[in-house]
Write a protein that binds this ligand. Structure first.
Ligand SMILES: Cc1cc2nc3c(=O)[nH]c(=O)nc-3n(C[C@H](O)[C@H](O)[C@H](O)COP(=O)(O)OP(=O)(O)OC[C@H]3O[C@@H](n4cnc5c(N)ncnc54)[C@H](O)[C@@H]3O)c2cc1C
Length: 410
């Protein structure tokens, strides 16, 4: 069977491998090349221990504080206020306790598949050394803020996730570069991070090419289902395939609509700065709670990043935001390299208001499978999504209930 995977990010590439494992002839199509989207520069955190949708009251309670700071962890660009309103309305609906409980349950189910799937994929492709399992820290500036977050960590424990609670000196023994501004932290021993998301994405791509998965650089603008599955491109002839997988991250919306699924996909833009070669600061990813950024010790250098900016796909980046992240980080991490020594980046998280990706058959044809919208967790969930995509293409029952991920759930 000839299967086109649209998008050469982590989700598309992991899906391509899972499909090739089943003996299919796979063609990956990307308008730019591998690792052109969010997969290129994300924070690198294997965050399967996170189980909170963004619509969680814990997050929503902080919205007024965040919005009052134009360079704070959450911003809505004025020009994008109107277009994002329907998405925000859905975010509120997703925060209703009954909806939230269902989203958390679904998120836990997918997160449980994440690490076994990565272990399998990385072992299959000889990428084990790119996966680090040093745990992750959620650090707090005040004892009050730490105490307030405890019920949340208890819920994670109830879901079977290991958590240890550390005071300031214990955190600094673990991470000597952290300053006295940290009062305590929750430690997740089973969390992990990758060597560098770009290197991981490229390793998946190169392994794909080595096993005869084809690649085509072309921009897909629609899928036509009148006769089989016909891919339509900008500036080149259409192509007929047996099956197609839509894995174009934040850009999937119009293609999903062309197969009958008008999904509420938008983007939460994120910013970061990386310091190539600065590898000796911290040993595990650290999320600085209340400040809205994380620090990750990539093999290629320290990366500081985060923030959510609702501004769509077209407006130019605002790296004053990256500078604001750096300024905050200076309070928490000793002796950082200067801002000018870093490389800045902005990426587009593909985000659905309920924080669950869209995985399932298109409304108009079981020959088209959706696999996009992974928001904050696309690196973490990519290998598991690939396995589910292969199940769907084979007509097998996936290991988790996909109704909460369905493209028809909206
Ligand atoms: C700042 C930031 C930090 C993050 N940190 C983490 C983290 O620590 N852990 C985690 O798990 N996740 C993290 N994420 C989320 C994660 O990066 C994404 O969820 C994930 O990369 C999405 O992968 P993808 O393959 O779906 O999309 P992408 O990587 O965006 O790939 C989509 C591809 O589709 C291609 N494309 C677009 N339009 C077309 C077209 N018309 N025709 C053909 N191809 C097209 C693009 O060129 C691109 O290559 C972060 C994201 C950001 C922005």
């Amino acid at each position: 069977m000839k299967i086109a995977v649209l998008g050469a990010g982590l989700v598309g590439l992991a899906s391509a491998h899972a499909l090739a494992d089943e003996g299919h002839s796979v063609l990956i199509i990307d308008r730019e090349g591998p690792a052109a989207g969010a997969s290129r520069g994300n924070a690198g955190w294997l965050a399967h221990t996170d189980i909170d949708p963004i619509a969680h009251p814990k997050m929503l309670r902080q919205v007024p504080k965040f919005l009052s700071d134009p360079l704070g962890p959450l911003a809505i660009r004025r020009e994008y206020l109107l277009p994002i309103l329907p998405w925000l309305a859905r975010l509120l609906i997703a925060s209703h306790p009954a909806n939230l409980a269902r989203s958390i349950e679904a998120l836990i189910a997918l997160q449980r598949l994440a690490m076994p799937a990565w272990a399998q994929l990385s072992a299959r492709l000889g990428m084990e050394k790119m996966m680090h399992r040093n745990g992750g820290l959620f650090a707090f500036e005040t004892h009050d803020a730490f105490r307030e977050a405890l019920p949340h960590f208890k819920r994670q424990e109830a879901a079977g996730i290991r958590v240890e609670y550390l005071d300031g000196p214990e955190v600094r023994r673990m991470e000597p570069a952290l300053s006295d501004a940290i009062a305590g932290a929750a430690f997740f021993p089973d969390a992990g991070h990758v060597s560098d998301p770009y290197l991981v994405t490229m390793a998946l791509y190169e392994a794909a090419r080595a096993r005869n998965i084809d690649f085509l650089q072309a921009s897909v603008n629609a899928i036509d289902l009148d006769r089989g599955v016909t891919l339509r491109f900008d500036g080149r002839d259409p192509m007929v395939v047996d099956r197609a997988v839509i894995a174009m991250g934040a850009w999937s919306k119009p293609i999903a609509a062309s197969v009958g699924d008008p999904v509420p996909l938008d983007t939460e833009r994120g910013y970061n700065i990386s310091f190539p070669g600065s590898t000796r600061y911290i040993y595990r990813p650290i999320s600085f709670q209340g400040s809205g950024f994380v620090a990750t010790p990539l093999d290629t250098g320290l990366r500081l990043g985060g923030a959510v900016e609702l501004a769509g796909l077209k407006l130019p980046p605002n790296h004053a935001r990256t500078r604001a992240i750096y300024k905050k980080a200076e309070r928490f991490i000793r002796d950082l390299p200067s801002f000018d020594q870093g490389t800045v980046w902005m990426g587009f998280r593909p985000s659905i208001p309920d924080s669950l990706p869209v995985i399932g058959y298109s409304t108009r044809s079981p020959h088209v499978v959706h696999a996009f919208g992974h928001g904050h967790y696309g690196l973490t969930q990519s290998a598991a999504t690939g396995q589910i995509v292969a199940d769907l293409i084979a007509g097998r029952q996936p290991p988790i209930d996909l109704s909460r991920f369905s493209p028809q759930r909206f």
